[in-house]
Design a protein around this ligand. Sequence first.
Ligand SMILES: [Zn+2]
Length: 400
Amino acid sequence: MILIGKPYIEEDDEYTYLKSKISYNGNYETLWYKTRKDYGKYFCTERSDSFVIALLLFAMSKGEDIKTEEPISSRLYSNLVNNLIITLSKTHTEYHKINIFSDVSKDELYNEGRVGTGISCGVDSLQTIYQYTSNNCPENLKVNTLTMLNMGSHGDFGGEKARELYEKRMKRSEQFAKNNKFDFIMIDSNISEYIKMSFVETHTFRNMSAILAIQKLFKVYYYASGIPIWDFEISKKDPAYYDIYTLNMLSNENITFYSTGMSFTRLEKIDQITNYKLSYNTLNVCFNEDKNCGKCEKCVRTLLALEALKKIDLYKNVFDLDAYKKRKYKNYTILMHQKYKKNKNFVDIYKLMKKNNIKIPLICKIKGRILPNRVEIKRFLQSILSQEMYEKLKNKFWKK
Ligand SMILES: [Zn+2]
């Protein structure tokens, strides 16, 4: 049994904290969310919603029931016990069906009525901001507040290194908000350090728990999905494949979550944001670094897409385009390799390149086709050789 204590507020000079004492297996830990003091009044102590959702998959993976000292919102409680927990326990072997022992409350709380979304400065977040501030969006549903969360996207298990990266990335996000007249709110937390789970497998729950922590601020919150709706699949490890379901389940009387961007392919989203001038100096897609490295899969994929769209020069301030040109053969080889592996995002880029008469050298096509065999050979050797032998061979034959 995981016991979630009554949420309470603490403050220091700069931040307001929403805390709860967690008791599990005879150990006690204080979990917290923190935000700058001017937004601290929107933290919710009257419900356990945020801590329950932060710990839900952790509890289900351990097969542990949850008990809370404060009530859960009535709608959320019903969604969890009558639907979400049952579904996930049937579709994911790693999650067990658990009970939640908690009072419920149907009372609406004070709500400031903000409409929010995250600002990571990636393709999905910029496309959501673009779409939900456009003329097609009714005024009362237009995004006016941007968030930057530290719930695992800067390092699965949290810690100081992740926090450092979060703070670096936050500068760009906050600047974007400031320059474009959005309100900006940061929420940091130590929950990643406690649950120690893969972020990719838990991101929807972790991020939405932070928004539930501050549920007196938002009435609507958009969560950008990286997966189109036609690829919906409930049994996938990455919850992005079934966000539209989870977000409905996690909504309560005070806040409605929406999944956004699911009507478009990645390439269509990139195409859309090339019309969004605010993206030109802001776009940041890199897996590894604060700035776009130009070499990781996400950087290469985005650069290839921008090239296919013939819009790459618009992003000269956020990518080193000279370095991209120098790596051109390598990047085309990656494109052909991913196309060979039937990676939909790269297949779309390849088709558009063909349509726009961008020629791929034959050598890249051949190398892209051969590459998989090399990977398979490496895997095979790794499986039959000792690590030492494998490293020796690798250094001899595959050294760059
Ligand atoms: Zn990168």
